[in-house]
Ligand binder design. Structure first.
Ligand SMILES: Nc1ncnc2c1ncn2[C@@H]1O[C@H](COP(=O)(O)OP(=O)(O)OP(=O)(O)O)[C@@H](O)[C@H]1O
Length: 579
């Protein structure tokens, strides 16, 4: 396959090759020759990027390819060492986000920057009081923007009461409020469940139809193909292709990105045993604020060699269930057994030492010390283990042991880093995730509690992580898998449970369940027979399109359409509903 760098209209693609993007009209953004160096790394190397006005432009590339760096340069967070930035035909020096905002550029980061204890209005006006004040004029402006782009944002709702999808819409509204005409979204779908993804894509289409320009980073190639008008592929810091989504398959896109085919999480033979590895018995957790119980009589058993997947809209008790199992929160009633030992009263440290590995949902807040070097991060959660300690009673850090261990993890889990001495904060998001997975899996845990284990990870690394988990399962690992990625959930799990408003409902066989059944269970909606029929037909059509005989692509097998037939009002993605 040829690799293309194209800023000019090109014709004459060979049949079967990815079609090059053709540019129309005036570019909203033109980056030329962008180079950015960090100590030991060239993050961007002579990058060119042209984004047409009124389009959705996707940036794809493997972990550490340089996507976020490029977007931070466009938003003025980082300054390029070389190259020029043109916005709406004018060369700009973007020395800070304020410069970018003045040039009409806004950015929504993956880690939302909202204050939970404030209202939507307060969050939106914070730092932008001069625009429309902090009262009725601001409220009216928020309503106007919300209405114009279908964002469904209520100014007086408290952010703490809102789900992930609604929070993301507030972030988008925030940048629109500040006058952005070009909006950058960093992996916007990573935190969303399928029906929220569809809603976001509708919003993006609205923005586009109003002449706004969207640039977004994604690892989910099926989604990229669904919504983007053009796709730029970045590899090892440089632009390697710019393609037209209507003329490229997911497999070709994966090949351009990582040089390999799309992986499949699908599992082989069952390794489930009769031996319970972890059991939750009638776990309930009261809401300290006096609201509805956060967990209600949750019982489940994970056997050795089994992966139990938990499907659910984020904020329905997944985080609380994980925290109870890990000893971070004490349940109001019920108990947790590791094997046949009651660990309900154990400290987090004891639970970790007993062999429960933990991949937290928020790697920045709960997984890493961003200012500390990689090797210190590898000690985290394992600070009493022989490899990491020395001296009488193991009170000293064994730096050389931890460093050796880190070198091994970096090697085995393909963590792309110039050295184990750089801070974890300087790694790209996907590489941070690989470091955490390696830290946990290297200890051969008996049970792994994994929240979104491949979030932000590229398709190649995702395949490697799935392989590590499958190999450990063959050796008896029991896994609690929480994932917003239905493809991952269905492909890896032996059993799927659905969590809704703190209760486990339904148990599904991943080989039998349809996307539509899962979607309905996740939102509490009952599908109608007509919806079932439509969904089955859509499934068949997308599968046929996405699974050519030679392809192992699974990207759309259970994809962003899942659950779209569910009653949207029953979903937890609208303001004021379940979190
Ligand atoms: N502040 C920084 N200091 C040092 N190195 C950095 C910094 N920011 C990024 N890098 C390095 O630059 C390279 C590109 O990182 P970047 O975050 O742009 O990749 P990415 O394509 O967004 O990856 P991912 O898909 O994993 O998020 C990586 O090697 C990363 O370690």
């Amino acid at each position: 396959m040829c690799v293309i760098v194209s800023n000019a209209p090109v014709t004459g693609d060979k049949p079967g090759e990815p079609a090059r993007a053709v540019h129309h009209g005036a570019p909203a953004v033109r980056l030329e020759g962008i180079t950015k160096r960090f100590p030991g790394v060239v993050a961007n190397k002579d990058i060119s990027l042209t984004v047409d006005k009124g389009t959705v432009h996707a940036i794809v590339g493997e972990n550490g390819a340089g996507k976020s760096t490029l977007m931070k340069i466009l938003y003025g967070v980082q300054q390029p060492d070389e190259g020029t930035i043109e916005v709406d035909g004018k060369v700009r020096q973007l020395r800070s986000p304020s410069d970018a905002i003045a040039a009409g550029i806004g950015m929504v980061f993956q880690h939302f920057q909202l204050a939970d204890n404030l209202t939507v209005l307060e969050n939106v006006v914070l730092g932008a009081e001069k625009l429309h004040g902090i009262g009725d004029a601001a409220r009216a402006k928020i309503r106007e923007i919300s209405g114009a782009y279908g964002l469904d944002v209520r100014p007086d709702a408290l952010v703490a009461d809102l789900g992930v999808g609604a929070r993301q819409r507030i972030e988008i509204l925030k940048v629109l409020y500040r006058g952005a005409r070009i909006i950058i979204l960093d992996e916007p779908t990573a935190v969303l469940v399928p029906q929220e993804v569809d809603e976001l894509f509708d919003n993006l289409r609205e923005l586009k139809s109003e002449g706004l320009t969207v640039v977004f980073i994604s690892h989910k190639l099926d989604e990229v193909l669904k919504v983007a008008d053009a796709i730029t592929v970045i590899r090892r810091g440089t632009t390697v292709a710019e393609v037209d989504p209507t003329g490229v398959t997911p497999r070709q896109l994966a090949e351009l990105m990582v040089g390999s085919e799309l992986p499949s999480p699908s599992t082989e033979e069952s390794t489930v045993t009769q031996t319970p590895a972890l059991t939750a018995e009638h776990i309930s957790l009261a809401d300290p604020a006096g609201g509805r119980a956060l967990l209600e009589d949750v019982s489940l058993t994970i056997h050795a060699g089994e992966i139990v997947g938990i499907a659910g809209v984020e904020g329905n008790g997944q985080a609380e269930l994980v925290e109870v199992i890990m000893g971070i929160r004490e349940p109001s009633s019920g108990r947790i057994l590791l094997g046949d030992v009651d660990i309900s009263d154990w400290e987090v440290r004891e639970i970790r030492e007993a062999g429960i590995g933990y991949i937290p949902e928020d790697r920045h807040r709960h997984g890493l010390l961003l200012e500390a070097p990689l090797w210190e991060n590898v000690i985290l959660g394992h600070q009493t283990e022989a490899v990491n300690v020395s001296g009488p009673g193991g009170i000293l850090v064994n730096a050389s042991g931890a460093k050796r261990e880190t070198e091994t993890i970096v090697e085995e889990y393909d963590v792309r880093t110039p050295s184990i001495n750089v801070t974890s904060g300087s790694l790209s998001g996907g590489n941070q995730q690989k470091l955490i997975i390696g830290r946990e899996m290297r200890r051969n845990p008996r049970v792994l509690v994994a929240a979104h284990p491949t979030r932000g990870v590229d398709v190649g690394a995702q395949a490697a992580i799935w392989d590590h988990i499958k190999a450990a399962r063959r050796n008896g690992l029991g896994v609690l898998l929480i994932s917003a990625d239905l493809e991952e959930l269905v492909g890896l799990s032996d059993t799927i449970r659905v969590i809704l408003r703190g209760s486990l409902s339904g148990e599904f066989d991943p080989d039998q369940v349809t996307r539509e059944e899962l979607g309905a269970a996740m939102t509490g909606a009952q599908p109608t027979p007509a919806e079932k029929a439509t969904d089955a037909a859509t499934d068949a059509a997308t599968d046929a399109a996405a699974h050519p005989a030679t392809s192992t692509a699974t990207g759309t097998a259970v994809g962003p359409d899942a659950g779209t037939t569910a009653d949207p009002d029953a979903g937890a993605t609208h303001e004021g509903e379940t979190r």
